[in-house]
Design a protein around this ligand. Structure first.
Ligand code: TXA
Ligand code: MG
Length: 342
């Protein structure tokens, strides 16, 4: 479906599926979501089942109108209103205390609820057609990289859901930034396209969840979903950090060792560095001149390596200006936090 030229009948049908308690996958600007009626506990149950997702991992409720917020939360702090005004519709999720109409099935048993207004015409029209409240996790099998095009959704969920709305590849490629407003100081639970600086420019100081800063320590992240090994490719993934020359040299050395031992090796490089690796299956994730290209291709590249039969993947680090924290958060999760500094 062309996002600029929405097929009204297809949206209407998909809306009917949601209203009847069924599941519809749909594009957003971040990743594809797997939608069900957020106010229907049974629909939430089906989402968990289709994804194979642990039921303590809460879902985000997607809305299409700001006025929809007041029905599902008890209170909206002033600063959250400011962020909504600036960044909604957009890749920002905010957490509030839930009102009684939100079933615990949707919030994984929590008293709080995550809400977001996606910036994608197909998503917004579907939400409106489906009754206004669509619970949607990323539309992948639990543990796999989030889907950034409809074929990823098909790979994971064909036969398990009622419909897929194909709106082409997504724009951002990483899931939304999550800010928790149920803490004394607003707290980032998941980094995304909208970074700390962009949030602080609107509402002043906020915190980063301690479980995120020290992802390899004992502190548990507050967002239940952030504690799981995620995006994990079948191969063993190692991230190499340092200056470009040293990183390339180290990856060449590691790749050579493994190839000599008889293993197939994958390398995640950029347009600038791809030619520096004579051995291994080299994939460029994008160009360092455009960090958005790197974010957009990360999950797709991880999926591609799953189909290539490589046993080891070495990746460069991507400390880019705006989304570096979000990109590295996802990449290191995929690597089970395995990294070396050179
Ligand atoms: O960009 C996105 O946010 C995508 C698209 C589809 O909108 N959705 C998405 O949903 O990434 P999901 O379910 O894959 O990730 C939701 C994250 C999980 O880590 C979950 O634990 C956290 O949000 N979360 C949801 N509700 C929460 C709550 N009440 N308290 C703390 N964390 C919560
Ligand atoms: Mg997810």
């Amino acid at each position: 479906m062309d996002p600029e030229n929405i097929e009204k009948e297809a949206i209407r049908e998909a809306g009917e599926i949601l209203k009847a308690g069924g599941l519809v996958a749909f594009p957003t600007e971040t990743v594809y979501g797997l939608g069900g009626n957020a106010l229907d506990e049974k629909a939430a149950e089906k989402i968990y089942e289709a994804k194979g997702r642990p039921s303590d991992n809460p879902l985000i409720i997607h809305i299409a109108e700001l006025s929809a917020l007041d029905k599902i939360v008890t209170e909206v702090p002033e600063n959250a209103r400011k962020l909504a005004k600036k960044y909604w519709p957009g890749p920002l999720t905010m957490i509030f205390h839930k009102s009684s109409c939100v079933p615990y099935g949707t919030t994984g048993g929590l008293e709080t609820v995550a809400v977001r207004m996606p910036n994608h015409p197909v998503a917004l029209e579907l939400i409106r057609a489906g009754g206004g409240y669509v619970a949607a996790p990323s539309a992948n099998t639990s543990g796999r990289p989030s889907p950034t095009c409809s074929s990823h959704v098909e790979e994971d969920l064909t036969g398990r859901i009622d419909r897929i709305l194909d709106g082409g590849p997504v724009g951002i490629g990483l899931e939304s930034t999550i800010v928790d407003f149920t803490e004394e100081v607003p707290t980032i639970l998941r980094p995304g396209y909208i970074n700390q600086e962009m949030l602080e420019a609107v509402i002043g100081p906020i915190r980063m969840d301690r479980g995120l800063i020290s992802a390899d320590s004992d502190v548990k992240p507050k967002a239940p979903g952030m504690k799981y090994r995620h995006y994990a490719p079948k191969a063993d993934l190692l991230v190499v950090e340092g200056s470009p020359e040293k990183v390339q040299e180290k990856i060449r050395k590691l790749a050579k060792e493994k190839v000599q031992e008889g293993f197939q090796v994958g390398i995640i490089a950029t347009d600038e560095s791809a030619d520096c690796y004579p051995l291994g299956l080299v994939k460029s994730i994008g160009t360092r001149k455009d960090e958005e290209s790197i974010a957009r291709h990360l999950f797709g590249v991880l999926r591609e390596f799953d189909d290539c039969g490589v046993s080891f993947i070495y990746s460069e680090a991507f400390d880019t200006p705006q989304m570096g924290q979000a990109i590295m958060n996802r990449l290191l999760k995929a690597a089970g936090q395995q990294k070396i500094q050179v």
